[in-house]
Ligand binder design. Structure first.
Ligand SMILES: [Zn+2]
Length: 317
């Protein structure tokens, strides 16, 4: 058991280390795991492992290489992630990385490492500009692409990388990690974990942002909105205290739950209304995920006004 590696990643870690020991480490890997499951920690720990000067118990955390790595300024490591307020890894970033691996490694016997997270954030042009380096990397190079399970990646990228599926945290492991990293009440942590199963790091972030309590309040306000006892703009204001897409996810979950109940009852007309409402959400989601800077409160007001219409003519919800 390596103490810098999360318990649910130990088996993947052992596989990688055994490949290093037998000189079978590929020059390009795709680490497959959901965000918020600790996948970046895994990549960074492995990067530190490759850099560390010690012979055993790597990464030691004390040698010159480990300290350099921990400072975030290791000259043989480059991390590509979308810039702030952007969702894409752009072509010029990838070009910088390919130039970086072409330069001679700065440290003696060093491997150059490029971490790309998430790999699916590379647009096709950016991904294409990476192909040559993936195919014939100069010197000792390791590309670690990090991707969601089921992410859509160019087949040419996939075929040049060895996939490694990182393990997923079970509920017990995830709760043990959460209670070790937060002083919050276990039931609150557990509520956050229910929103992010297998992703304890993301669950902790959700808890710290107050998402479970916000979500419960928003869910409670939906029947009131359908009855007309609260206004769409009031609900939108509550919803807008979190990112708009999160509120839309709550609505989608509520609608999906409704649709199951309605189809069991054979309530065709109400079912149709809900499916039509789901269609109205699609352009809003496109707008919110697009590159423009939409007014989230306005978008939410529209969505809740439309949602409230589902309650018209209903005597009891
Ligand atoms: Zn070290």
């Amino acid at each position: 058991m390596n103490s810098v590696v999360l318990p649910w990643h130990q088996s993947a870690w052992a596989q990688l280390v055994s490949r290093v020991d037998s000189n079978r480490l590929p020059h390009a890997l795709i680490l497959i795991a959901p965000s918020g499951s600790g996948r970046r920690l895994f990549a960074e720990a492995f990067c530190a492992y490759l850099m560390c000067d010690e012979e055993a118990s790597k990464p030691c955390g004390r040698c010159k290489q480990c300290l350099l790595y921990a400072s975030g300024n290791h000259p043989d490591v480059m991390v590509l992630t979308p810039e702030l307020n952007s969702k894409a890894i752009k072509i010029d970033m990838v070009r910088r990385a390919t130039q970086f691996v072409e330069q001679t490694a700065n440290q003696a016997k060093a491997t150059k490492v490029v971490i790309i997270e998430p790999a699916e954030a590379m647009a096709p042009a950016a991904a294409n500009s990476l192909l040559k380096s993936l195919e014939e990397p100069p010197g000792k190079t390791l590309f670690m692409l990090i991707a969601e399970p089921g992410a859509s990646l160019l087949p040419t990228i996939r075929s040049r990388c060895q996939p490694l599926v990182l393990g997923t945290a079970g509920d017990t492991e995830a709760m043990a990690w959460l209670t070790a990293h937060s002083i919050a009440e276990p039931q609150h942590l557990s509520a956050a974990l229910q929103l992010a199963p297998g992703r304890p790091l993301y669950a902790l972030e959700l808890h710290e942002k107050g998402v479970p309590a916000w979500r419960a309040a928003l869910e409670q306000s939906l029947p009131a909105l359908l009855r007309g006892s609260v206004s769409a703009s009031e609900v939108a204001k509550l919803a807008a205290t979190q990112p708009a897409l999160r509120a839309i996810q709550v609505l989608q979950d509520a609608i999906a739950h409704d649709c199951v109940q309605l189809s069991l009852r054979g309530a065709v007309s109400e079912l149709k209304d809900r499916l039509a409402f789901q269609q109205k959400l699609l352009p809003v989601i496109r707008q919110l995920t697009g590159t423009s800077n939409p007014n989230e409160l306005l978008a939410l007001e529209y969505v809740f006004i439309e949602f409230a219409k589902l309650g018209q003519g209903m005597s009891d919800v």
